[in-house]
Design a protein around this ligand. Structure first.
Ligand code: ZN
Length: 248
């Protein structure tokens, strides 16, 4: 069920599309929902997506800074790279879709767990409490040597003498096993999954969506362009427009 444009405008304001009405009906008959989000969700708040932007930081692509090798070679520059990224996020605001999700997930109608590939913390800033960050968080760091967590982002070194690094998953690293297990559980236990702002092609995180599809859990895709193979329904449109209507 795919429509090129889920919105028909009356006087400039979007009205309920067939797809949105269908998903509202599906939501009414379930209690547990997992929401799987990706870079597109944050991009609507003006946060650059990590891949394929073409932008450089100090002459190198962001992907080149987000590696264990870069940290070993130039730890101070990697630190500055993450301070720059935190600055972008601090200036950004959660959009209407974030806020609708935050309000809905903290209400009584459903048990909602968010599984996100984003590291910016915008879901938490907009009121979501059960958030599993598959790729870690910009807002915490830990010791490269002993693994001790450190919440003070101004600090550069652990009491043990080791360097602190951002608690994000770098290219070439595995996902944190505890968060992965909780994400898998949240997806498996859900009766409906909303996939928002991601084509779900980056493994291993994307494997969670495939797993849920194989288990027969209905998957609703919300993307500006349909990108998933395994959706039950696709609502085409930006999350900032769709979610306030869908979750109202
Ligand atoms: Zn340490």
């Amino acid at each position: 069920m795919i429509l090129n444009d889920s919105f028909s405008s009356v006087g400039g304001s979007p009205t309920l599309s067939t797809e949105i009405e269908a998903v509202r009906g599906m939501l009414q008959s379930v209690g547990k929902v997992a929401v799987f989000t990706g870079a597109g969700m944050s991009a609507e708040s003006g946060i650059p997506t990590f891949r394929g932007d073409g932008g450089l930081w100090r002459g190198r692509r962001p992907e080149e800074w987000a590696t264990p090798q870069a940290f070993m070679q130039s730890p101070e520059e990697v630190r500055e790279f993450y301070q720059w990224r935190r600055g972008i996020v601090e200036e950004a605001q959660p959009h209407a879709g974030h806020l609708a999700l935050g309000k809905w997930s903290s209400g009584d109608s459903h048990h909602v767990e968010i599984v996100t590939q984003n590291v910016d913390g915008l879901h938490q800033r907009s009121g979501c409490s059960r958030v599993w960050e598959l790729h870690g968080s910009l807002w915490s760091q830990h010791c490269h040597d002993c693994g001790t967590q450190e919440s003070d982002l101004e600090k550069t070194h652990c009491p043990c003498g080791g360097r602190l690094r951002p608690s994000v998953v770098w290219f070439g690293e595995g996902l944190p096993s505890g968060v992965w297990a909780e994400s898998e559980r949240a997806m498996r236990e859900s009766e409906l999954i909303l996939v928002i702002g991601t084509s779900a092609v980056v493994y291993p995180a994307a494997g969670l969506v495939g797993m849920a599809a194989r288990e027969g859990i209905p998957i609703v895709e919300i993307n500006p362009e349909p990108a998933l193979d395994s959706q039950t329904v696709c609502i085409t449109g930006p999350a900032a427009k769709v979610l306030p209507i869908l979750l109202a």
